[in-house]
Design a protein around this ligand. Structure first.
Ligand SMILES: Cc1cc2nc3c(=O)[nH]c(=O)nc-3n(C[C@H](O)[C@H](O)[C@H](O)COP(=O)(O)O)c2cc1C
Length: 309
């Protein structure tokens, strides 16, 4: 049988391949389109979108750490109206599905944003970011299974779009939150958002990133933690898991598939290697051909071979 590269995330959301680019690291796709192209991608997950435009936190908003980076962007975005009326019509002409990452200060805002995006051509799905560590309220929803479930249930009422829920790793048991959102109507879960971190300036004797003091840690530093979260989720829920955290090579992406992810997202690596997503898509397809796979599920049954030198 010929290899089928597509991935089904539920409710009709079919990705041409499992490799997407993560929210906040690829904008709304327009600048990267010029720089690296988009046709190779399995999906584009947009920057977090709120009801009204947001300027985000004051700079500095990013800082380098050992094998990673901290960010405290604070959800800078143009607001849902611009996304729905100006961006989506362009996305409707693109090949890769665009999944809009949605954020809000409370459940009512999530509902309003998702209601506006429902049925808009060019919007292939929604990814509820209930886990942003850089605004005051968003994190609470994702750390409380009851609140997370209430948010997903409310959004489910106003949209028939495929609904992914992006989980925070900053909890004791990520599986518990995942089960709650699955029951409330999520079609898939994305894991993970950034880990809560901090960098200290000894000169100022205070945090390097002023915003909330703490910030979100991403990049290779979090990969083993994110892999463990994905493996935990694979056992906790039946819906697809989209894996993310420190992916910077084909080998990394395959490790996430082997740990139980149905699809993956590349985040921070886009900043230092803008062409990385193209390389990883190509590498995964080569792996599938060399291994004689028929579907990606079979990665789960095979040991992942090292990347060719
Ligand atoms: C600068 C920056 C901005 C981000 N903005 C968002 C966002 O708006 N919504 C969201 O759900 N995740 C956001 N994230 C989190 C990433 O999508 C991803 O979950 C996280 O960085 C871990 O993946 P990585 O290690 O591959 O970067 C952002 C990350 C970075 C580095």
């Amino acid at each position: 049988m010929a290899f089928d590269a597509t991935v089904d995330l539920g409710r009709g959301l079919l990705l041409p391949n499992p490799v997407g680019v993560a929210s906040g690291t690829f904008g709304y796709g327009f600048e990267p389109l010029e720089l690296v192209g988009i046709d190779h991608l399995g999906a584009i997950y947009s920057k977090g979108t709120t009801l009204n435009p947001r300027a985000g936190n004051s700079p500095p908003r990013i800082a380098e750490t050992t094998a990673g980076m901290l960010n405290s962007i604070g959800l800078q975005n143009p607001g849902v109206e611009v996304v729905a009326s100006e961006y989506a019509p362009i996305w409707a002409t693109w090949d890769p599905p665009v999944i809009v990452n949605v954020a809000g200060a409370d459940i009512a805002e999530y509902v309003a944003v998702c209601e506006r995006l429902d049925g808009v051509p060019g919007v292939a799905g929604l990814e509820l970011n209930i886990s942003c560590p850089n605004i005051a309220h968003g994190l609470d929803l994702g750390t409380d299974p009851g609140a997370a479930s209430a948010c997903v249930a409310a959004v489910r009422q106003v949209t028939s779009l495929p609904l992914l829920v992006k989980l925070t790793p900053n909890v004791t048991d990520i599986g518990e939150v995942a089960r709650a959102v699955e029951t409330a109507g999520a079609d898939a879960v994305t894991a993970v958002n950034t880990y809560l971190g901090m960098k200290v300036s000894l000169r100022r004797l205070g945090p390097v990133l002023p915003g909330l003091g703490t910030a979100g840690l991403s990049g290779p530093a979090i990969k083993p933690l994110a892999l463990a979260a994905v493996a935990r989720l694979r056992r906790a829920v039946a819906i697809p898991v989209v894996g993310i955290g420190g992916i910077a090579s084909t080998q990394d992406a395959l490790e996430f598939l082997a740990a139980g992810a149905a699809a993956v997202q590349i985040g921070t690596a886009n900043f230092h290697s803008p062409h990385i997503s193209r390389q990883v898509v190509r590498g995964c397809l080569e792996y599938a051909a060399q291994s004689g796979l028929e579907t990606w599920d079979q990665v789960l049954q095979r040991p992942v071979r090292p990347e060719p030198a």
